[in-house]
Unconditional design. Structure first.
Length: 254
């Protein structure tokens, strides 16, 4: 049930159990005494509940509907300089459907986003009814030399917010470039396995696995994957995402 639905339900319950008043444009005119009052009030409550609550209720997974995933990330998720059909979420969805999965993967990638930026928008980027989130953030933190502690705290807060809503997370890891130094690389690279263990998450160790250093799979900036690179990333991650979907289906209903 959405937060709006919960608010309406609370209002209806207080209306049902409070004094029943005649009203004219919201102004109380006095108590009404009627032998059938309770029955009528109950019927009215049920009707109002059906009309007002049901449109706002969002089940974690509608019966017979697709499993809804959200890919929350940066330009690597968004599909920087690529057409929409070549972006990672779209390609992953296509590959999953080819494997018989009834699933949608929404693109919540924002180019230039950091882990802290993702934290700022996680509540509205991941709508009610989301069955799981693929969390891909941290590359821009690394490129800016952000203290790994800051990145870890932001990712941790994102995960905790999603867990509080009952939304499982697949954590896509990132690795620091060697030119940032061995100390920074060790601290940054450790973020993802540490968080996965702490929160019992499904972990895909390195989002860019399979394309690093391959010019044929990168745009001319050698930072972002091209269409072929995205295909490689999605294909390599596919088994992990399928295991994540199995885990979602086996989890107790929330």
């Amino acid at each position: 049930m959405t937060s709006m639905a919960r608010e309406v339900l609370s209002w209806l319950q207080s209306w049902l159990h409070g004094p029943w008043l005649h009203r004219d444009m919201g102004r109380p005119l006095g108590l009404r005494h009627d032998g059938g009052a309770v029955l009528r009030r109950t019927a009215l409550f049920a009707a109002a509940l059906a009309l007002v609550i049901l449109p706002f209720m969002t089940a974690p997974q509608a019966a017979g509907g697709p499993t809804r995933l959200v890919a929350l990330g940066d330009s690597l998720t968004a599909g920087y300089r690529l057409p929409a059909d070549a972006a990672f979420p779209t390609v992953l969805e296509r590959l999953l459907k080819a494997k018989g999965e009834d699933v949608t993967v929404a693109n919540a990638g924002v180019s230039g986003d950091t882990a802290t930026g993702g934290l700022d928008r996680v509540d509205w980027s991941v709508p009610d009814g989301t069955a799981g989130v693929i969390l891909e953030l941290g590359a821009n933190d690394m490129l800016r030399g952000t203290d790994p502690t800051v990145t870890e705290r932001a990712l941790s807060a994102i995960i905790e917010r999603l867990k509080a809503r009952g939304i499982p997370v697949l954590l896509a890891g990132m690795q620091a470039a060697p030119n940032l130094g061995p100390d920074y690389k060790a601290r940054f690279d450790a973020i993802y396995p540490v968080l996965a263990k702490r929160y019992d998450l499904t972990l895909y160790p390195f989002f860019l696995d399979g394309i690093i250093g391959d010019r044929a799979q990168h745009l001319d900036d050698m930072l972002h994957p091209n269409r072929q690179g995205v295909e490689t990333i999605a294909a390599r991650m596919l088994p992990t995402v399928q295991a994540f979907l199995d885990r979602i289906r086996q989890a107790p209903a929330r």
